[in-house]
Design a protein around this ligand. Structure first.
Ligand SMILES: C[S@@+](CC[C@H](N)C(=O)[O-])C[C@H]1O[C@@H](n2cnc3c(N)ncnc32)[C@H](O)[C@@H]1O
Length: 192
């Protein structure tokens, strides 16, 4: 089931909202990451940047075959071989990844889902001990040029509560402003 209000504008507009390398570096995702999963890769805005960081595989999942084709094409053109882009509905099927197998998970612009805790629990399941869950979302501000309807747009505090409910640790130090229109939150799976 496609996450509500998760359609994309044209790519030129979308990519203008982000500096992907900078966002990943702010999260500390710029070194020491082997395998990573991205829930809803869209145009691959963050996928290709993540591929440059991960020493293992970036699992880029999207329900839309067109988005997966775009990501595969970009990887071919850039000679990137460590991205596994797959058409997958992670809401009804999960990620299909093994328990405790990923160093990092990205939930970017997707937590306005009806069941955010379920998504975060799936990220928790696949992450290794002390693995990182990075979340970004549109500021809770009706003047942003895009973003889900305000009635379903999560505030940072809601995401933090959902993350804790899913089992993650969150430290206030790991709350980030990602101008011009986003905030970021970094969660950790507790050591086991
Ligand atoms: C708003 S876009 C964000 C894309 C990317 N995370 C980014 O921030 O650039 C959300 C993406 O999630 C995908 N998506 C929505 N529901 C999904 C589902 N149930 N399973 C897999 N992908 C889904 C959409 O097709 C879309 O490409």
């Amino acid at each position: 089931m496609k996450v509500r209000d998760s359609g994309m504008p044209d790519e030129e507009m979308w990519s203008g909202f982000f500096d992907p390398d900078k966002v990943l570096a702010i999260f500390g995702l710029d070194c020491g990451i082997q395998d990573l999963v991205e829930f809803g890769c869209g145009y691959g805005t963050f996928t290709l940047a993540a591929a440059g960081i991960a020493s293992g595989t970036v699992h880029a999942l999207d329900i839309e075959p067109e988005m997966v084709d775009v990501v595969r094409q970009k990887c071919r053109e850039a000679d990137i071989v460590n991205v596994q882009a797959a058409v997958r509905d992670f809401v009804s099927e999960g990620t299909g990844l093994a328990d405790n197998s990923m160093d990092a998970a990205l939930l970017f612009n997707i937590l306005h889902h009806e069941e955010p805790v379920a998504l975060m629990k799936e990220a928790f399941r696949v992450l290794k001990s002390n693995g990182m869950l990075a979340v970004i979302h549109w500021n809770y501000d009706p003047t942003t040029p895009r973003g889900p309807a305000m009635e379903i747009r999560p505030r940072p505090e809601q995401c933090i509560n959902w993350g804790r409910e899913a089992g993650f640790r969150f430290n206030e130090r790991n709350r980030y402003d990602l101008p011009p229109y986003h905030y970021g939150l970094l969660f950790r799976k507790p050591f086991t």
